[in-house]
Design a protein around this ligand. Structure first.
Ligand SMILES: [Zn+2]
Length: 551
């Protein structure tokens, strides 16, 4: 029975992602939910006020984009950091010098986004001392898996003259044993400890600023890939920043928060509860509502491919820096400890998101999920492997058999692709960031960016999932390309599925949340090379127009 909706959208090219009705031209919204989908507006709504009708004049409407793996807090903070996405060390040093000129003596200069495969080498402490005398300098690699600091920071840490051992990380040194400023993986925590915790008000602003950018790009949902601690944590109370932003009306997109395994501790629950470790009050996956919800436990098993720290079963393809031909990367902790962490979280009712890049780390994650399911059977635990970057064919089949979702990043092809191809060598190119074989194995494919590791704009991610080219123009394991239709489905329904939220979002169906993205053209109807150039012209969240470039 039609009734007056809050919003009626007409003359739209609706790509619903609902196999039962793939296309429609009108959508009615009431109370933040989709009230009806069809082709005859008069059938969907009657008595709707003229100001509540949006005529899209043929523009394309899809379910709101959902980034299944992003770092919203880091991205928000990065908007105030020095942008180091440059092609030479000279340019990098010039940018640091420029910031130093406007920064008070002794204050921190924080930059992010450099890639040594583009600049030719990592920055060096001595050069940083020269361009930013009297400042503390902290430059983060684009992968977030390493950073470079200057001498003042090394002195604060007491490793000015010689390195210190760090479990799951490394303080790099030159041939004479003197630290170069490069800090890998968990060694970054030493630096983070000097500046953290970041105040809650700063984090709340970061959530708000990031959200504003997301709306302009058509994002209506994001999964935050780790709050609450570890080497990527800004503060142990990061969840409170999201709550505060929401109270202030500044949480602009729906957020699912993964909780870093480092935040887990003994809860002293009853033995029969099966909760060996968790977070306070027994909060776990699923707690929250459609705006803000706790997602999986996030556990890092290894590092990055470009940085050659990810755990591979066979050595990297040479090592331009050190000439080391035996480097297979490393796990971020003892293998038995990592597996036990995954199994305990599964047992306690958490979904688990295991960061695993190299095939040796992927083996570890799959073994742990397999063991967990065998020991503590659970219906549809919906575990995930973040990145699944260098996966052997047998690992795709095994993920499918276990119901584990690989969460890849389309944009990595362009921004990190050349470095990844060099790291693994030609014999393993076909392992990289599989999509086609994942879909063909019957596994749901989500869409994600890992922002701020690379540019997070969903249309860029979709473009790269379809085109698979590196920055230098080389094909990036092109056999794993998917169609525009499949990529769009990944960034909407696939990501909702990876959040176990496909019953409330991810498609334009009556009863689901009224979250939509409106595009200037239909990505499935333009040539693949043009997808990145399409525009987001409106973003609707919870039935409300939150961003609009509509004429
Ligand atoms: Zn990440």
């Amino acid at each position: 029975m039609p009734h007056a909706p809050g919003l009626l959208i007409v003359n739209a090219n609706v790509l619903t992602m609902d196999p039962a009705r793939p296309r429609a031209t009108a959508v009615a919204v009431a109370g933040g939910r989709i009230a009806g989908v069809g082709d005859d507006p008069s059938q969907l709504a009657e008595g709707v006020r003229a100001e509540n009708v949006i005529d899209l004049k043929g523009a394309t409407l899809i379910p709101g984009f959902h980034d299944a793996h992003n770092h919203m807090l880091s991205f928000g903070l990065s908007l105030t950091e020095v942008d180091l996405r440059v092609d030479s060390l000279d340019e990098l040093y010039a940018r640091v010098a420029a910031r130093a000129a406007v920064t008070a003596p002794g204050e921190w200069i924080i930059g992010a986004g450099y890639d040594q495969t583009k600049t030719g080498a990592h920055p060096h402490r001595d050069a940083l001392d020269r361009v930013a005398p009297g400042h503390r300098v902290w430059l983060k690699h684009t992968s977030s898996h390493m950073c470079v600091v200057n001498s003042l920071v090394l002195r604060d840490l007491g490793i000015d003259e010689s390195a210190r051992h760090v479990d799951g990380g490394r303080v790099a040194t030159d041939a004479g044993g003197r630290p170069t400023g490069l800090m890998e993986e968990r060694a970054q925590e030493l630096v983070g400890n000097l500046t953290r915790p970041v105040p809650l008000s700063t984090l709340t602003d970061a959530v708000a600023t990031a959200g504003e950018a997301y709306l302009r790009e058509g994002l209506t949902s994001v999964t935050e890939a780790g709050v609450g601690g570890g080497w990527i944590g800004q503060s142990p109370v990061e969840l409170a920043a999201y709550v505060a932003a929401r109270e202030q009306g500044r949480l602009h997109v729906r957020a699912e928060l993964m909780v870093i395994s480092d935040a887990f501790h003994d809860l002293a629950a009853h033995p029969s509860d099966g909760i060996e470790a968790g977070i306070d009050l027994g909060l776990r996956t699923g707690f929250g509502d459609d705006w803000l919800r706790l997602g999986p436990m996030k556990v890092f098993t290894d590092g990055s491919l470009v940085g050659r720290t990810a755990a591979m079963s066979a050595p990297y393809d040479g090592d331009p820096g050190s000439g080391d031909l035996s480097n297979r990367g490393y796990l971020q902790a003892d293998a038995g400890y990592l597996a036990a962490t995954i199994i305990a979280a599964h047992r306690a009712g958490w979904r688990v998101a295991a960061h695993a890049i190299g095939d040796r780390a992927i083996d570890l994650a799959l073994d742990a999920f397999d063991a967990a399911a065998g020991k503590y059977p659970r219906r549809d635990p919906r575990h995930r492997i973040e990145h699944f970057a260098a996966a052997r064919p047998d690992q795709v089949a095994r993920a499918a058999a276990l119901g584990v979702i690989p969460v890849g990043q389309g944009r990595f092809a362009t921004e990190l692709g050349d470095g990844m191809l060099a790291s693994v060598g030609p014999g393993r190119h076909s392992w990289l960031y599989r999509q086609r074989s994942v879909l063909d194995a019957g596994v749901v494919l989500p869409g994600s960016s890992d922002r701020p590791v690379v540019t997070g704009t969903p249309l860029l991610g979709i473009h790269d999932m379809v085109n698979r080219r590196t920055a230098s123009g080389a094909p990036f394991n092109a056999g794993e390309a998917v169609t525009a239709e499949e990529a769009l489905r990944a960034y909407t329904w696939g990501s909702a599925y990876a959040s176990k939220a496909e019953h409330v979002k991810g498609s334009v169906e009556a009863g689901k949340l009224a979250d939509f993205t409106v595009l200037s053209e239909d990505p499935t109807a333009v040539s693949p090379g043009r997808i990145a150039g399409l525009e987001v012209i409106a973003t609707i969240v919870d039935g409300e127009l939150r961003f609009s470039a509509l004429g």
